[in-house]
Design a protein around this ligand. Sequence first.
Ligand code: FAD
Length: 413
Amino acid sequence: MDAGPDAFLARVPWATDLCRRLGLGDELVSPARGRAFVWSRGRLRPLPEDLVLGVPTALWPLARSGIVPIPGLVRAGLDLVLPADAPGGDEAIGSLVTRRLGRTVSERLVDPLLGGIYAGDADRLSASMAAPQLVAVARRHRSLILGLRAHRREHPPDPTQPVFHTLPAGLGRLVDRLAAAVEGVDLRLGTRVEAVASDGPGCRLTLDGQAPLGADAVVLATPAHVSSRLLAGAAPAAAGGLAGIEHASVVLVTLAIDAGALPGPLDGSGYLVPRGEGLLHTACSWASSKWAHLAEPGRVLLRVSAGRLGDDRPLRLDEDELLDRLLGELRLVMGLSGEPSAVRVNRWVDAFPQYPPGHLDRVAGIEARVREAIPGVELAGAAYRGIGVPACIRQGEEAAARVLARLEPAPAR
Ligand SMILES: Cc1cc2nc3c(=O)[nH]c(=O)nc-3n(C[C@H](O)[C@H](O)[C@H](O)COP(=O)(O)OP(=O)(O)OC[C@H]3O[C@@H](n4cnc5c(N)ncnc54)[C@H](O)[C@@H]3O)c2cc1C
């Protein structure tokens, strides 16, 4: 079972295309069940089906779901009559949704759904990065609900197209296949780069335990906090900008449990926990009902996430205490009884870069400082222009294309 990302968006092309180019197209699968829930007001409640990026496009399905209490529903309805109030410029997604539909919708739907992708906080997450479609609708229409409804009519979702793909052998297969496919390349896996410096028109890499390496260009696809250290000598201003990109940490606990330990079969892909519910875990993916390849009679597999921006409690707990707390919460939410038959704990420290309002401008500034100080270096990865696996693949391809465009006229070194 994957210990990190376990799926990627299928509605953007880059990851699916790369799988196909590597001959993995036939192995791609989609979730068996899509129905997701929210733990809200003491119960697991199904997410309304008409949500667009966490925002409801009608009030009745939201009322029926019970996720939002009546005062919150009334406040959400005000969106239909409130005057236009778009502030212009980049704002937090939490602020956009709050000013139109109120705090409760933002806290109980948008923060867990959109903020959750970043292990972040909707009040500190750039709307134009996390939900550009929502921003476009909010600028064109006075009411977000009516605007999203119109957007849906113009761009109806295609129910035959999957939202997510994965590889049953694990997403590591994509990396392994890619590594095997790059023939004629001096590929040094497991080699740590310690510094990147300018060297004439190119660069010089200091490696851990190996001779330094000259390069015409470098695509720096390490996490931003690592890239910051690598560039500290050659591009201190850029390194400072990179160090300023905040990251959140998450603990992912994978559990195998006996199906008899649950009150009934799990019909759905899992649930999210809004911040205000006061639980340690933020989400639980019902992996063995979400993915057919993980289903086995009598056994249930769960992926429980804990920790997010501003909440490092799970990271500080030792394994026994963490497990104790999480099992207690699963008893409350899912009616779990007994103990798991297998447990795996993965701590993802500083793994989720944050995109506060103004993030793209900040990234453009960092890139300009890198270009100025050490022109052979390109940046790519989750900290810059998209956090998901497809967006990281796109950024890697774009960085490689920029390098090639720059090097093509010159002879190889
Ligand atoms: C638990 C978890 C679940 C997630 N779930 C999903 C999901 O379901 N779908 C989705 O699309 N996204 C998901 N994400 C987000 C996504 O996986 C990441 O944002 C993305 O993989 C980051 O890719 P990257 O190439 O920027 O960085 P990374 O994948 O972190 O790659 C950085 C690389 O740099 C290497 N490195 C570090 N230091 C050095 C050094 N000094 N020298 C040389 N190499 C170095 C590392 O070994 C690593 O290989 C998830 C993330 C986590 C942590």
